[in-house]
Design a protein around this ligand. Structure first.
Ligand code: NOJ
Length: 557
């Protein structure tokens, strides 16, 4: 890693989905006390920072992405004082802390929305949100045809006749970012947390804040409302992605908001940073978020959505490095998060299907977890060898699969209800982490816990625990530990550039200077390794100078 560059250019950031990471108080839900107790684990993994999903006061209609008070911690998770202690303790371990911020919408229980409900149609209180009269003779039709990312219309009608916009659940009303009080309030919230020591923010739905002022209907080809894996499929979408003007996603005016946020971050000492959750339909559009006077980094979902194919991955890597490099921003690489099927289960499907921006990932055919795990090991070495920063979603370092057979009665994601029980939603990637022991709760909750984990853990997860994998050199956990450690030590890794090497079809091989080569075999036949002085790390055995299909190596050359 380069000595003087800001830390976020090549950080390994671990995503803590707080309600499923570690339960300190035994109520079956993860919390701040749990995170604090596991800081030594995060230190042993070698990560530079943690991103924590929303921890603010919330009625939990969307597990914290419905915020009722941005300056309070939800009692389920702890207190502001505990958050401050966590930040200080993490810093003592050399780990930075990045909370989530949710600016597109609030909870319907937020004081502003409650005031808007009470004040009635036409009131200044309603101007902070997007209220409109309906269409049709009695106003009984929604103001336009926008649809919620969770299913159903994006508008809900109140008894007083007004409709309000919610791109997600009805409990998540969209804010009106044309309103100066909304802008001022969020800058104040950023300062509140920056002054409590946070090192940055992950910005939820960063591409959604600005809506077309006329709120026009969706153009015909834009019917799916969401860009990203929550979308409704659009089978007409084929070939390379092109940018099309959309009335509520990725509008140019959104960047003005982030120029102001950048100034707020720059008021504070140290390198504070933002990472945008922005689903843009081309790499150029994504790069627009991370210009020098804007945000620092953005998730690169093209990498996550790529199929397990050398051709597709190489195209994504080249486009990402090219477009982001052109604006001076580092790339980020991410394989999984709390919104998508875990990648051991995605890669375990033999039908390899390209996953386009306007399509959700729908598994096809039975899953082969042995195959998925082999590919996930190779993918980890690929991701951690690429120039830029990397995200690890809690549990991927344990090789956790998606839990695809959660009983319907336990499903909690609002998508399940909103889709009329046609889409099981995202609970399968949010099952609490197994730490130790042979049976649930696998150390997730303390022994004297008063409640079971909020989602049931599979009976066969004993081999996936941190305890079972620690010091087992063949485990996923030790592969991640070894890779993160080497990445920290090796001068070629982290920020910088790569040079592709000639390789057979289906094989990715690139060099990073000084003296490092990564080879990933995505073909169906074994591949002879290029000349090297030693094997630094291998996802499989790499015996006899041959790299088996779906395996990767790091070489010293
Ligand atoms: C994106 C978040 O990652 C997802 O979990 C959430 O449901 C939506 N934004 C709405 O806030």
């Amino acid at each position: 890693m380069s000595g003087t560059a800001p830390w976020w250019r090549d950080a390994v950031i671990y995503q803590v989905y707080i309600r499923s990471f570690a339960d300190g108080n035994g109520d079956g839900v993860g919390d701040i006390a749990g995170i604090r107790s596991r800081l030594p684990y995060l230190k042993s993994l070698g990560v530079d920072a943690i991103w924590i999903n929303p921890w603010y006061k919330s009625p939990m209609a969307d597990h914290g992405y419905d915020v009722a008070d941005y300056r309070a911690i939800d009692p389920l998770f702890g207190t502001v004082a505990e958050a401050e202690e966590l930040i200080a303790e993490a810093h003592r371990h050399g780990i930075r802390v990045i909370p989530d911020i949710v600016p597109n919408h609030t909870s319907d229980q937020h004081a502003w929305f409650q005031a808007a409900l009470a004040a009635g149609p036409g009131s200044p209180e309603r101007e902070r949100y997007v209220f409109r009269p309906g269409r049709g003779p009695d106003g009984g039709e929604p103001p336009n045809d926008w649809v919620s990312c969770f299913g159903g219309p994006a508008w809900t009608r109140l008894p007083d006749g007004d409709w309000y916009l919610h791109l997600f659940a009805p409990e998540q009303p969209d804010l009106n970012w044309e309103h100066p009080e909304v802008r001022a309030e969020f800058e104040s919230i950023l300062r509140f947390w920056f002054s409590r020591g946070v090192d940055g923010f992950r910005i939820d739905v960063a591409h959604g804040l600005v809506k077309h002022p006329g709120l026009p209907d969706l153009p015909p080809r834009q019917q799916p409302a969401q860009q990203g894996p929550l979308a409704t499929a659009d089978p007409s979408q084929e070939g390379p992605q092109q940018h099309t003007d959309h009335p509520h996603w990725d509008r140019d005016e959104v960047h003005e908001i982030y120029r102001a946020w950048r100034k707020v971050a720059d008021e504070f000492p140290g390198d504070r940073c933002f990472v945008a959750e922005a689903w843009a339909d081309t790499p150029e559009r994504l790069a627009a978020y991370v210009r020098r006077d804007g945000l620092h980094t953005a998730f690169n979902f093209d990498f996550l959505m790529s199929s397990w194919s050398a051709k597709d991955l190489r195209a994504v890597i080249d486009d990402s490095l090219g477009m982001l490099g052109a604006v001076g921003a580092p790339a980020t690489w991410v394989l999984s998060n709390h919104d998508v099927m875990r990648h051991t289960s995605r890669y375990g499907r033999t039908t390899v299907k390209r996953w386009a921006v306007n399509e959700p990932y729908r598994p096809e055919g039975p899953v082969d977890l042995e195959l998925g795990t082999r590919r996930a090991r190779a993918a980890a070495l690929l991701m951690l060898a690429l120039p830029g920063g990397a995200y690890i979603y809690q549990g991927e370092e344990l090789g956790l699969p998606e839990v695809e057979d959660l009983p319907e009665a336990v499903l909690q994601d609002p998508i399940w209800e909103r889709s009329g029980h046609t889409d099981r939603g995202r609970d399968g990637c949010r099952v609490p982490i197994p730490w130790s022991g042979r049976t649930p709760p696998y150390g997730f909750s303390p022994e004297d816990a008063s409640a079971a984990p909020w989602l049931p853990q599979p009976a066969d997860w004993a081999e996936h625990t941190v305890e079972a994998q620690t010091r087992d050199e063949t485990s996923m956990l030790e592969l991640y530990r070894g890779a993160v450690r080497l990445r920290r030590e090796h001068p070629a890794l982290g920020d910088g550039t790569l040079t592709w090497l000639d390789a057979a079809e289906g094989v990715l091989a690139f060099r990073r200077d000084p003296g490092f080569v990564c080879v990933v075999n995505l073909s169906a036949t074994a591949y002879r390794l290029p000349d090297h002085t030693s094997i630094l790390l291998a996802s499989g055995t790499a015996q006899g100078g041959l790299l088996a299909p779906d395996e990767a190596v790091w070489l010293s050359v």
